[in-house]
Design a protein around this ligand. Structure first.
Ligand code: AMP
Ligand code: ZN
Length: 472
């Protein structure tokens, strides 16, 4: 994976064998989530899914910035309570992530629930001589941390050029940043050794990531815009506090762009995930994002989305072709030229898929391999009368892996499993209840007996009829 810290691709070696601990900076919850966020969070979802697919146990943490200048400003504009405003958009965010089939983080820590830990962290920095109290808050003294700039390449002298401490700011040097902000009248506040106030932005991620993932962990990620100052400051705080090298691999996503500009709330050029989901299947949005490598900027265009939609349709068509073919497929006693060719094509494309994903999660290249398998199966099916079951299975197993990693084809594989069946069983239970009410016991008993034959046991309880699968 490409490590922003070393500016090169590195072989991934987690701290503990078999386990990956990762932290992805979450949103500041004061507005709806837009497609730019989706780009970053889908990218990290696929990175996480791929690591899991490779057999790692992944512990993933994503924070919520639920108190911040932007939240306070927005709450003042709308007349809402900042806490309620944050709560509302936090819920919307989670709904959007679920709709986009993004696997939930294992822990979603929120700033307002970790004030104690944050205060402790700031105190430690103060004890170690990296932090000082100014008139309006506590600051991190950047020049004290010798490694400052190692992630972004920025130098303290550059930060000083043309910068100055504004009147009213209580910091010593222009590059110093706030760890704790003293409350202004009417702002949300918590008691602290430095008087009432609230945490600065960067300190929350240092505190909450080390609390849940340890003083050293494997992966930390976010969008490109977080490299400086956010992640640079996170490193300074954490390494100043622990004296250890903190994160091993820093991963950053390229922007989702609109007409050459970053999609952002402040530019007003954004499309919310909600609006997108009214028009497109979530898997279309995922495919649109995965058509580009995660570090490359991605242009949002109607054509790009339509292209993704057509591609998804093509792949679903192939899956349907396989389903239909399965019903007439046979256990083969011989393979002919067609089988060998299809087998080899699937094998080669499969390898391409894994090679691409192993090369810094190159989903764009991996997707080409998915189409190669799709084409190979379709070609095979046009060439043979009776398809060999083994060939279809090889293709299906591959698509199942793609489904796990990319978070697409979910409906297809769910139907293949139980989803539809369960609804059908419930329907039969309802019909049986109706029949019994009408005293048609013969037919009602027949339903129960037939289901039992299929391995479904009905049990009548005071709360209604429940069902279980019987294995033997
Ligand atoms: P925010 O809530 O705006 O601070 O952003 C949360 C995450 O979304 C950060 O990791 C940002 O880098 C990322 N993000 C915001 N806008 C975009 C965009 N246009 N493209 C890619 N990522 C973005
Ligand atoms: Zn962060």
């Amino acid at each position: 994976m490409y490590n922003t810290l070393t500016k090169q691709k590195e072989e991934f070696r987690p701290l503990r064998e078999g386990e990956v601990r990762m932290y992805v900076c979450g949103p500041t919850v004061y507005d709806y989530t837009h497609l730019g966020h989706a780009r970053t969070y889908v990218a990290f979802d696929v990175i996480r899914r791929y690591l899991e697919h490779k057999g790692y146990m992944v512990l993933m943490v994503m924070n919520f910035t639920d108190i911040d200048d932007k939240i306070i400003r927005r709450a003042n504009e709308t007349g809402e309570d900042p806490k309620e405003l944050a709560e509302k958009f936090l819920r919307y965010f989670l709904e959007d992530m679920t709709a986009l089939k993004i696997k939930p983080a294992d822990i979603y820590p929120r700033v307002t629930e970790h004030i104690e830990e944050i205060i402790d962290f700031v105190r430690k920095l103060e004890d170690r001589g990296y932090a000082y109290e100014g008139s309006d808050g506590v600051y991190f003294e950047v020049q004290k941390f010798g490694d400052y700039g190692k992630l972004s390449g920025i130098k303290v002298e550059e930060l000083r050029q043309g910068a100055r401490v504004e009147p009213g700011e209580g910091k010593k040097n222009p590059e110093d940043f706030a760890l704790w902000k003293k409350a202004k009248p009417g702002e949300p506040k918590w008691p602290s050794p430095w008087g009432e106030g609230r945490p600065g932005w960067h300190i929350e991620c240092s505190t909450m990531s080390t609390k849940y993932l340890g003083e050293q962990f494997d992966i930390h990620g976010g969008g490109n815009d977080l490299i400086f100052p956010h992640h640079e400051n996170e490193i300074a705080q954490t390494e100043a506090c622990t004296g250890k090298q903190w994160v091993r691999y820093w991963l950053h996503t390229g922007f989702l762009m609109v007409n050459g500009e970053k999609m952002s709330k402040s530019l007003g050029n954004f499309i919310t995930i909600r609006e997108m989901l009214k028009r497109y299947n979530p898997e279309v949005i995922r495919l649109f994002i995965l058509q580009r490598h995660y570090r490359t900027p991605l242009d949002y265009t109607e054509e790009g989305i339509e292209h993704a939609k057509n591609n998804l349709e093509r792949l679903y068509n192939t899956l349907e072709n396989i389903r239909v073919a399965m019903s007439k497929a046979e256990l083969p006693f011989r393979w002919e030229k067609e089988e060998f060719e299809a087998y080899n094509a699937i094998r080669d494309a499969r390898k391409k898929f894994y090679d691409a994903m192993d090369d810094d999660f190159n989903t764009a290249e991996a997707l080409k391999a998915v189409f190669e398998v799709s084409n190979a199966v379709n070609r095979y099916l046009t060439r043979v009368e009776k398809p060999a079951e083994s060939i279809l299975r090889k293709a299906l197993e591959f698509f199942k892996a793609v489904s796990e990693v990319f978070g697409i084809f979910e409906d297809y594989f769910r139907e293949q499993k139980a989803g539809g069946e369960e609804a059908l069983i419930q329907f039969l239970i309802d019909v049986r209840a109706r029949l019994r009410k009408e005293r048609n016991f013969a037919l009602a008993d027949r339903i129960r007996a037939e289901l039992r034959e299929m391995g479904i046991q009905l049990e009548d309880t005071p709360e209604g009829t429940i069902w279980k699968r019987i294995r033997v």
